[in-house]
Design a protein around this ligand. Sequence first.
Ligand code: SAH
Ligand code: SF4
Ligand code: F3S
Length: 447
Amino acid sequence: MKPSDTPKTYRVKSFGCQMNVYDGERMAELLDAKGIKPAAEGEDADLVVLNTCHIREKATEKVYSDIGRIEKAGREAGKKPMIAVAGCVAQAEGEEIMARAPAVGMVVGPQAYHRLGDMLDRAVKGERSTDTDMPEDAKFAALPKRRKVSPTAFLTVQEGCDKFCTYCVVPYTRGAEISRPYSDLVDEAAKLVDAGAREVTLLGQNVNAWSGEDDKGRLQGLDGLIRELAKLPDLKRIRYTTSHPNDMTEGLIAAHGEVDKLMPYLHLPVQSGSDRVLKAMNRSHTAESYLKVLDRVRAARPDIALSGDFIVGFPGETDAEFEETLSLIDAVGYAAAFSFKYSPRPGTPAATMDGQIAPEVMDERLQRLQAHLNRDQLAFNEASVGKTCDVLIERKGRKPGQWLGKSPWLQSVFFDSDLQIGDMVRAELVHAGPSSLQGRLLETVSA
Ligand code: SAH
Ligand code: SF4
Ligand code: F3S
């Protein structure tokens, strides 16, 4: 690479899970601190950070085509934008990206991006660099202060995964499970609230496995952290995601019934309703043990909205086993869900298992599964009509004069009233659609 001018503008493009969104914000803050400005909407940036996801198929190809697109736009504008590849594809395929894409000057893994500033200095001198080390927790300590944030903020409390589900790349791309220290999290949450956050979503690949010592040296689980954060007066709502069924402790379940600020929503992936498939996936829970957890959560918080993740077409999945997943869905009645076709990931045990399922079979199963999930989501929304609840306004809607926020149950609620981002409003839910509701403004509770 030839030496180049220090970039004046940047853009961070995040793909994948919310932890990548959090990381993307932190990288943006780091670039801000170096005096580089975010590129305006529609404008080409001097530095593009592709913050990538490796969870499903075509992840790597997508990165190469994005790189090609950025280079082409640069050529047309007579510029040579700097490109950094970050995130989980960087971790998994960093060396290959460096070899195949000369336009990429920096490859930085999800645990190393606090070193992006130094890498950038080297890139300006014309040196390419790769950093995919996994130093425990170091990135958080080395990051700049939080900048102004939106009313809904993410806070990564836990990273990595030790569960090793046989289909999943996360344990390889994010490393071993670590919990960030309690006091760091209480501090960062307070700063986010000072910067304007009214809702904080605690993030982790296994967020409910978080544990740490409080300021008196007592060991706390996620519920202890939630109870502490609930004391922040201007923090109105707390959420957390994603949880593993085996880590739903008594304390966390009880918190759902006791902590008003903890929203009545639980995302608890199950993946399959067949015990044989769950075992092959190394999920370490059964359909029945999962349903028992949900019963306990519902006993603590009867109105809780439940959500899950599903994979269809795991190697060896029979028609009958797929039907068991449909039965589980029917038994739960999810308010929301994410469903995927199984995608073999290089290096994971399931990728080389016998009985890989044909694409047509997966398509058909996914369609049937989603029909059940869509039916239940609409039913959940319809059952909300007539309820009165608080809605936190997050953004303008697509239509002029329209505003959009979230109900406690994480439903999108639209208003045709004059509102502002950050308003907490009391509303009556008056009309339900498959993926949103119409609200009638009763009053503004706080702004
Ligand atoms: N830590 C979380 C999220 C993992 S990734 C959890 O354990 O639930 C999010 C979802 O992607 C998973 O829940 C799973 O449904 C899906 N997923 C992961 N690997 C996949 C693969 N190889 N093919 C298809 N879906 C996958
Ligand atoms: Fe992946 Fe399983 Fe860990 Fe979730 S629990 S991140 S699906 S290995
Ligand atoms: Fe994707 Fe990595 Fe998140 S693979 S889902 S960005 S942990």
